[in-house]
Design a protein around this ligand. Structure first.
Ligand code: SF4
Ligand code: SF4
Length: 391
């Protein structure tokens, strides 16, 4: 396992982080939840955390919003030793200092510890939330007080937003680290990665394997294009070749789920080899050949849509489905649209009323309404909720 200095903190953390949302016995996916009794699920969570430790993973990312994840992490810290992991947890962005202080206390209780290594302000996803996050009498004040009295080591934030918002949050100078989305299949936040490097802010990439394309179970078409490499290992290595990126979350729900992630670390991870770069070029070429003049560059220049259609995300899913047959991934993501609030904003393609406003904005001159209709026909299914909304 390789370790990197985490931004402006004094911590060296592993390049893989245990993302503890899916160890939660409330939040384990439905198939697993149906087959595992509660006690068994807790034993499974403990075994997963122990396996992370054995592999050299020394950073756990949890949150009150992830079901009983913090409680399980607390049990593990007690059993395995508090010094085995650096722990990041989160508090909601909110205007009340008192409420935020109460939440910090509750986090400490559930985690059975007297200190949190990194406290993130959770979900700076919109300009309004950024404004609330950084006002001097709300959650930031509470978090800073907790740093002063030693209950918290360092402050960070997480965001599901775009590069401008993330850069603005980083440029406040208030945060040592940041967590956000950046995947081979969705590189919108490249600017934020680069700016983090300039500012010395550590970057944790959220969910590159799952949200990046269910890459731990690639379709045969995708696997073939990437050969001799595995898509997951290849894209992990691509991420870790970015100097500002410190760590990637691994959302393991059982001990065996670390294996495919570990294969990314078999070789030197500081830079891609010529063969790996060639495999990624084949990936791009496959998209170009399969999609021709219907390929979306996911540039976001068509946004915002007056009907709130999530054009770039829908087009990303269509790109992947039409090129690599990634139907399962596409449907998982697509059917979250419409009720994701600021965590996964936007509406499905059937909200498009063909007003045409997006058409002159698209540098690829795509027939956006037609492509959206195609995507909807391919992807529409039963509406889904995000994991932590299932409770
Ligand atoms: S044509 Fe459809 S997708 Fe484009 S701006 Fe109008 S409603 Fe939005
Ligand atoms: S402007 Fe065109 S290429 Fe860019 S995200 Fe929108 S549809 Fe895709």
């Amino acid at each position: 396992m390789e370790y990197r200095k985490y931004g402006k903190t004094n911590l060296k953390i592993s390049v893989l982080t245990l993302g503890a949302m899916r160890i939660s016995s409330d939040e384990a996916d439905e198939a697993r939840r149906a087959t595992l009794e509660r006690a068994e699920r807790e034993r499974n969570a403990m075994a997963t955390i122990r396996r992370a430790m054995e592999l050299g993973i020394n950073h756990i990312d949890t949150a009150p919003a992830y079901g009983n994840s913090e409680r399980l992490v607390g049990l593990a810290l007690k059993e395995l030793g508090r010094d085995k992991f650096h722990v990041t947890t989160k508090i909601r962005v909110q205007p009340s200092r008192d409420e935020a202080l109460r939440q910090i206390d509750e986090c400490l209780t559930r985690l059975q510890t007297d200190h949190i290594d990194i406290l993130d302000l959770h979900g700076i996803n919109t300009p309004d939330l950024l404004e609330t996050a950084v006002r001097n009498d709300g959650c930031l004040r509470a978090a800073q007080e907790a740093v002063t009295d030693g209950r918290v080591g360092h402050l960070g934030f997480s965001s599901h937003g775009g590069p401008d918002l993330i850069v603005r949050a980083m440029e406040t100078g208030l945060f040592s680290v940041a967590s956000f989305h950046y995947w081979w299949t969705h590189q919108r936040n490249e600017l934020a990665v680069l700016r983090a490097g300039e500012l010395g802010i550590g970057v944790l990439i959220i969910s590159p394997a799952e949200k990046g394309g269910l890459l731990f179970k690639p379709t045969a078409e995708l696997a073939q294009v990437c050969e001799p490499f595995e898509p997951l290992a290849l894209t992990h290595k691509w991420l870790l070749s970015h100097r500002p990126i410190t760590t990637l979350t691994v959302g393991a729900s059982c001990p065996a789920e670390f294996d495919s992630h570990l294969r990314a670390l078999d070789d030197d991870i500081a830079a891609l080899s010529a063969e790996e770069s060639a495999a990624l070029q084949r990936w791009l070429q496959a998209e170009k050949e399969a999609l021709g003049d219907t390929r979306c560059a996911i540039c976001y220049k068509c946004m915002p849509c007056p009907r709130r259609v999530a054009i770039p995300e829908i087009m990303r899913l269509r790109n992947l489905l039409r090129t690599f047959g990634m139907t399962e991934f596409g449907r998982l993501r697509y059917n979250l649209l419409g009720h994701g609030d600021h965590w996964f904003p936007g509406e499905k393609a059937d909200r498009c009323d063909r007003c045409g406003e997006c058409l002159p904005l698209c540098p690829e001159r795509l027939k956006i309404p037609d492509l959206l209709a195609d995507a909807h026909a391919l992807l529409e299914g039963e509406d889904r909720k995000r994991l932590w909304e299932k409770r």
